[in-house]
Design a binder for this molecule. Structure first.
Ligand SMILES: CC(=O)SCCNC(=O)CCNC(=O)[C@H](O)C(C)(C)COP(=O)(O)OP(=O)(O)OC[C@H]1O[C@@H](n2cnc3c(N)ncnc32)[C@H](O)[C@@H]1OP(=O)(O)O
Length: 477
């Protein structure tokens, strides 16, 4: 999606709702440095961060200047140029199963000043963001959250989890294959270009990752404020394959008391190949003079425990919801991913805010491609909105279903049963949770959230929505 932050008009409903409370909801002009700085100050205050140092402010200006920023202003406060509420958003790709990407709308920086809380300011902003996502043609909206109780009411749900993993150094004896390439220490600044290329490939192969924005690597590699203690403690490593091509990188810090072994901690790790992934893990866990290694924002199915002689060296100490997704255009979202099994499934989606509500017929073929049929109000169906559809899938499915019906034999009841589509009834949040393969539909059925027309429907849904690679988002946004 090409994007000019101010190309979407300010949402009139949000503007009206907030004006009725004496507040002004405005789009920030990124070329107005004073307005941008006021917004940055409010964002830092809202998240309880210290006031930004000048280097951080310059970085924030660069990053936020590319986004769509809204502030809510109260003319009655002593500093009326600093908004009492903030939100930022931008269009970006979300990786989905099958090595594909879907158009998404990222939402971040949602803050409301404690002096203005619980008056419906966040609700007005969040509902406006959904309308903006729809306006921009996004199939999904997404965010990472401070608290898990805020965003369900707008139709968001956890779609990819993240784990904190600890490895006990004394027990970490390598048992996996050796990678053909080599791992080197590199200065973070020298890693920037290779890291961008590696990240693009790592994102593409992992459902749940979002496209990296310009500037994020500077933050991850400690280049925003390189003289800070935190940046100077960061050590970067890069894996080059047997041809000398960079294929992975990680950055870690060792935190320790003087003369005591410490912990090697990391949350920066990107691998474009399995060799790179194994080689980086090996260097991280085989360090001496450390008690252990702690990796944050890791996948829930990291291979590390299968690479060590003693799998109990690895402890998953925390698993939490991390990426939250909101399905905005169900046909486009469902049509974009690839499926784990062929089949026909009817999805009856309930969406209190309306965006994805309706009955969708999902037809997946053996190669994983899908067509989504959406009934029109006149009773005909419309498959055009399934962006990644394979037009040969439907006739194939029709033929196989006709064959299945025929093979049932003579009874008309059997034929009718065979023709009856397998269906699931689910809320838009449950669709978001199964969308990337992060939870099986049958688990949500056991939780009483999804109703299936039959056990066969649930089994089929489990197989269709399965993802070879567990969905995983390895950054905050
Ligand atoms: C994507 C991100 O940026 S995640 C970051 C979220 N921001 C933060 O954590 C910063 C600190 N918190 C805040 O700034 C604010 O408390 C916010 C943004 C979470 C909420 O702002 P408010 O303007 O107070 O919310 P608002 O009054 O619009 O409430 C809307 C609904 O959310 C509920 N709600 C608001 N905050 C919370 C919360 N922390 N936990 C649970 N529910 C909440 C309200 O009860 C209300 O419910 P209802 O309308 O369904 O009855």
């Amino acid at each position: 999606m090409s994007f000019e932050p101010r190309s979407i008009p300010v949402d009139p409903d949000a503007k009206g709702a907030l004006a009725s409370k004496g507040l002004d909801y405005r789009l920030i002009d990124p070329s107005d440095t004073e307005a941008l700085d006021g917004w940055i100050d409010a964002d830092h205050r809202g998240f309880h961060h210290a006031r930004p140092r000048e280097v951080t402010r310059e970085y924030e200006r660069r990053v936020m200047g590319e986004r769509r920023l809204h502030g809510v202003f109260d003319p009655g406060v002593p500093d009326p140029d600093v908004p009492v509420a903030t939100v930022s958003s931008w269009p970006t790709g979300l990786s989905v199963p099958g090595g594909r990407s879907v158009d998404g709308w990222a939402v971040s920086s949602v803050t409301v000043s404690p002096t203005h809380r619980r008056r419906g300011i966040a609700r007005a902003m969040m509902e406006a963001e959904l309308r903006a996502a729809e306006h921009a043609g996004a199939a999904v909206a997404m965010l990472t959250v401070t608290e898990a109780t805020i965003y369900g009411r707008y139709g968001y749900a956890p779609a990819a989890r993240a784990a904190t993993i600890e490895i006990d150094r004394r027990r970490a004896k390598w048992n996996g294959p050796s990678a053909p390439g080599r791992v080197h220490f590199v200065e973070p600044a020298a890693l920037r270009d290779a890291a961008a290329a590696i990240s693009r490939r790592a994102v593409a192969r992992t459902p749940g990752e979002i496209d990296r924005w310009a500037g994020i690597l500077d933050r991850m590699l400690g280049l925003v404020d390189p003289e800070s203690d935190a940046s100077r403690a960061l050590r970067a490593i890069r894996y080059d394959d047997e041809h000398g091509q960079p294929q992975g990188f990680a950055a870690f810090r060792v935190t320790r008391e003087p003369n005591e072994p410490g912990w090697a901690e990391f949350d920066v790790f990107a691998a474009a190949t399995d060799d790179a992934e194994r080689a980086l893990w090996r260097v991280l866990v085989e360090q001496d003079f450390v008690t252990g290694v702690r990796g944050r924002l890791r996948s829930v199915d990291e291979p590390i425990e299968w690479l060590l002689e003693d799998p109990r060296a690895v402890r998953v100490v925390d698993v939490t919801d991390h990426l939250w997704v909101r399905i905005v255009d169900a046909a486009a979202a469902l049509g974009a991913r690839r499926y784990g099994a062929a089949g026909e499934l009817v999805l009856d989606i309930d969406d209190p805010l309306g965006y994805a509500a309706g009955r969708y017929t999902l037809l997946a073929s053996a190669d994983g491609r899908a067509v989504v049929h959406v009934p029109r109000s006149d009773g005909s169906t419309d498959a055009a909105s399934a962006t990644a559809s394979n037009s040969t899938a439907a006739p194939k499915r029709e033929r196989s279903r006709a064959r299945a019906a025929g093979s049932e034999g003579s009874g008309s009841r059997a034929a009718a049963r065979a023709a009856e589509p397998r269906s699931l009834k689910l809320d838009v949040r449950d669709l978001a949770s199964i969308y990337l393969g992060g939870v099986r539909p049958s688990v949500l059925a056991r939780a009483g959230r999804i109703t299936a027309s039959s056990n066969g429907a649930l089994e089929l849904a489990d197989r269709m929505f399965a993802s070879t690679r567990a969905p995983h988002l390895s950054i905050w946004f």
